[in-house]
Structure formats: structure tokens, C-alpha cells
Write a protein that binds this ligand. Structure first.
Ligand SMILES: Cc1ncc(COP(=O)(O)O)c(C=O)c1O
Length: 386
């Protein structure tokens, strides 16, 4: 975030304007929609970055200084047409800043026409989830201006990397290419196999991805299509259940918000890394609570890990039994989850008081009832009224 905020502060002055993709990492979205307008009078118009007419129309002559987008969007994995967007921005004298966090090695935005690349090094480049850092890569003129004694955002705001951390990071760069290839190899294989299992998968390496051909035309040969994929689980409760089983029943991966780690990390972006967007903004860009984002790791062998995935899917099927509470018109899925203090009585009270089941869903209230042999937790989020 320091890289992103420093570049934007360097390129825009008070009264400046940014045109940005509506699908951005939640922190970047909040920076542009709340923080920069309040503190610096820098405003942003958010657009669908795949709609080039909308991008053109959002540019305000004399005020727009920056076109900002993610090469591969977090979490929806849309791919931006970097050459076309750079061309249209340059025709209007606007600087193109691309966040390439999701696709190091895969995409080289400056080679494709962009002016500046920013990236979170905390992700693939670090690879070990042990460093929090970022990078700005741009023309010497810009980088020097950022270090200017009187006007430089890096010099004056001070997000300078510790020299020891910089050294540690430099040791991780030589194997970045190898790591990206393995992230890709597994993500591609799992995406194909998940599809065969009937799951709805979003992965830019699949031919049915809307920007598959575009990405193919821009990508550096041999590095594939990245290590992230998304699975649309059709409901929030099934999304949570999938992650629960993948972590706790089979150790396929960990539920965590980061990405680019050697272990597989999974999160529901809608309630985590994109929670800064409001419900309308999320709906507009297709960030649904059903979506599980997976950053595919490379520990163990591909086949070992796949058998863990299959095990999780079958234990999920075994444990998901539809139940009905007669007389109350309530039905839902039985899900063994962590314990909680909420009782069945509480659920029925909620229901009888006509508390919206969806509200309780958002509050992540879990209901526990005891049945012979085991404790079964009913996840309120999966309840629907008949
Ligand atoms: C696309 C993207 N850009 C920027 C960031 C911010 O990175 P950091 O947490 O290293 O500041 C993130 C964090 O997840 C991200 O996904």
C-alpha cells in the first residue's frame, strides 16, 4: 500500500483526478474512494476496466492524471488489456499505473505500454509470507522525483525499506520464475480437475475465461497464467464449508487472506480482502460471498495435494445433510463446525420473532444442538425459510 499511495501522491496534486478500475484490492479501493479525497482532495472515478469507452468517458480533461488498474484483478481475476488502455491514456497525456501483484513474471506491464508498475512484494515475490514490502518500478524521472528532498513522497513520507529486508528479498528473486511456473502448473491442473468435478471455476488459464486469449497474447511465454483461481460455490455457506473441509478435514490448504505463499491459501474475498467495498460496489464487480479465492501452493506433490482436495470434497458431501424443523418451516444444511454458545432455542426465537435469517448469516451466528453420538452445529447462514 505504501508503494501505491506514494505513487499516487507523487503523480497527483490537490484537485487531481484518477480513473481507476472498479475491481481493486479493498485497501486500494478505500485509499482512492475515502482517504485521498478527504486528506488531499484527490478524487477517483471507478470504471469497468474492460469497457474502454467507459474509461475514455471518465477522463476529465486537465484534471485526470492517472489511470490505475490491476493487471489481473483481485479477486475476480479479470485481465486488463494493458496495450489498449495505455494507448488510450497516452493519447490524453495520462500516466498509466498498473498493480502487477497477481502476475509477476507472467506479465510485464511496462513492456506492454504502461508507465509505472506497483506491486505488493508481500505476496509472490517474497513467497514466504515473512516480509511486508512493496515496490514501485517506473522511469528514472518519476523515481528520482519521489526521492526529492522537498517534494518526494518516498523521501518525505518515509516508507523506505530496511536494508536487511531488501537484501533478504534480493535472495528470493532468482527462484521467483521457478516458483511462478510451479504455482501455475498446479493452478492449471487443479482448475481443470475442479471443473471435471462439476465445480464452477474461474481461472484465466482456462479457455472459457473471458480474457483467456487476451492474457495469452500479453503473457511472457513459459510462465503460464498465474497461481490464483476462484471457485464459485453457489452460496456463502457452501463456500465456508468448502474452506473448512479443505483446511480441517484434509489439510489441502490454509484459510488465510494472503497469496503467493508456498502453501495453498484460501479466503472468501467478499468478507475479507474486499470488505472495504460496500455491498453495491461488490455486486457491481461480481464479488459475491460465494466466491472462494485460492492461491495455489506447491508443497507436497501435485497428486498428494489433489487427493487431499478430493478427500475434502467427499467429507463435505458426507456431512452436508439437509434437515428440516417441522412446524417452523425452517430448513438448512447440517455442517459440523466450531462450537458456539447459541442454542436451538435461540434460533427458533429468532425465527419466530421474524428476524431476517440473512442478518444472522452476516453475523456468522452458529447454532449448536446435541444429538446422540455427536455434536452437530447448524450454521444459521445456511438456513432458508420454506
Ligand atoms: C492486488 C494487491 N495490491 C496491493 C496489495 C497491498 O499489499 P500489502 O498488504 O503488501 O500492502 C494487495 C494485498 O493483498 C493486493 O492484493
Amino acid at each position: 500500500m505504501a508503494a501505491i499511495s506514494s505513487v499516487l501522491l507523487q503523480l497527483c496534486s490537490s484537485g487531481g483526478h484518477v480513473v481507476a478500475s472498479a475491481t481493486l484490492y479493498g485497501g486500494t479501493h478505500a485509499l482512492l474512494s475515502h482517504f485521498l479525497p478527504r486528506t488531499c482532495n484527490i478524487t477517483t472515478t471507478f470504471v469497468d476496466i474492460t469497457d474502454h469507452e467507459a474509461v475514455k468517458n471518465a477522463i476529465v480533461h486537465g484534471r485526470t492524471k492517472v489511470l490505475f488498474f490491476e493487471s489481473m484483478s483481485n479477486p475476480t481475476l479479470n485481465v486488463a488489456d494493458i496495450p489498449e488502455l495505455s494507448k488510450l491514456a497516452h493519447e490524453k497525456g495520462i500516466t498509466v499505473v498498473v498493480d502487477n501483484t497477481f502476475s509477476p513474471m507472467v506479465l510485464s506491464p511496462v513492456g506492454l505500454g504502461a508507465d509505472v508498475v506497483v506491486r505488493s512484494i508481500s505476496k509472490f515475490i517474497s513467497g514466504g509470507a515473512d516480509v511486508i514490502a512493496g515496490a514501485v518500478c517506473g522511469p528514472a524521472r518519476l523515481v528520482n522525483s519521489m526521492m526529492n528532498l522537498h517534494q518526494g513522497a518516498l523521501m518525505l513520507l518515509g516508507p523506505t525499506m530496511n536494508a536487511k529486508v531488501a537484501f533478504e528479498l534480493s535472495e528470493k528473486i532468482p527462484d521467483l520464475g521457478l516458483r511462478m511456473k510451479e504455482h501455475y502448473r498446479r493452478a492449471m491442473e487443479y482448475a481443470i480437475r475442479m471443473k471435471e468435478l462439476g465445480l464452477r471455476v474461474v481461472y484465466p488459464g482456462l479457455e472459457d475465461h473471458p480474457q483467456h486469449q487476451l492474457l495469452k497474447s500479453m503473457a511472457n511465454k513459459g510462465y503460464g497464467f498465474g497461481g490464483l483461481l476462484c471457485v464459485d460455490m453457489e452460496s456463502e455457506e457452501r463456500a465456508n464449508m468448502l474452506m473448512h473441509h479443505l483446511q480441517n478435514s484434509s489439510q489441502f490448504g490454509l484459510i488465510a487472506v494472503s497469496l503467493g505463499y508456498y502453501e495453498t491459501l484460501m479466503s472468501c474475498s467478499g468478507s475479507s480482502t474486499s470488505s472495504e467495498l460496500n455491498a453495491k460496489e461488490k455486486a457491481l464487480v461480481g464479488i459475491s460471498p460465494r466466491l472462494v479465492r485460492m492461491s495455489i501452493g506447491y508443497t507436497g506433490t501435485l497428486e498428494q495435494k489433489w487427493s487431499q482436495f478430493e478427500k475434502a470434497i467427499s467429507s463435505m458431501r458426507d456431512s452436508s445433510t439437509l434437515f428440516e424443523i417441522e412446524g417452523f418451516g425452517i430448513r438448512g444444511l447440517i455442517e459440523p463446525l466450531e462450537s458456539t454458545d447459541i442454542t436451538l432455542k435461540h434460533l427458533l426465537k429468532c425465527h419466530m420473532n421474524k428476524v431476517d435469517v440473512k442478518d444472522t448469516l452476516l453475523a456468522h451466528i452458529l447454532l449448536k444442538i446435541f444429538i446422540p453420538q455427536s455434536i452437530v452445529i447448524y450454521n444459521l447462514s445456511s438456513l432458508t425459510k420454506n
